[in-house]
Design a protein around this ligand. Structure first.
Ligand SMILES: [Zn+2]
Length: 70
C-alpha cells in the first residue's frame, strides 16, 4: 500500500504557508529543519490532516502548490 503524504511549507518571512503533495520537486531532500522564526517543512499522512493543519497555521496566506496541485 502506498501512502501519499502531504507537506506543509511554512515561510514566516513571507507570512505564507503552502501545501504540497509528496514527491513535489519543491520538497528538499532533507534533512528537514523546522525553525520557529523561519518556518520549515512538516509532513502529514493524509490530505485532510494536512489541510486542517494548513488552516491552523498563523500565516496570512494559505496556498496550494501550483506545481504538484495538491
Ligand atoms: Zn508542490
Amino acid at each position: 500500500m502506498v501512502i501519499m503524504g502531504y507537506w506543509i511549507h511554512l515561510k514566516r518571512s513571507l507570512d505564507q504557508a503552502m501545501i504540497h503533495r509528496d514527491r513535489c520537486p519543491e520538497i528538499p531532500s532533507g534533512p528537514f529543519r523546522s525553525d520557529f522564526w523561519e518556518g520549515g517543512w512538516t509532513e502529514f499522512p493524509d490530505k485532510d490532516t494536512a489541510l486542517e493543519a494548513l488552516e491552523n497555521t498563523d500565516a496570512s496566506e494559505q496556498l496550494k502548490c501550483p506545481l504538484c496541485k495538491p
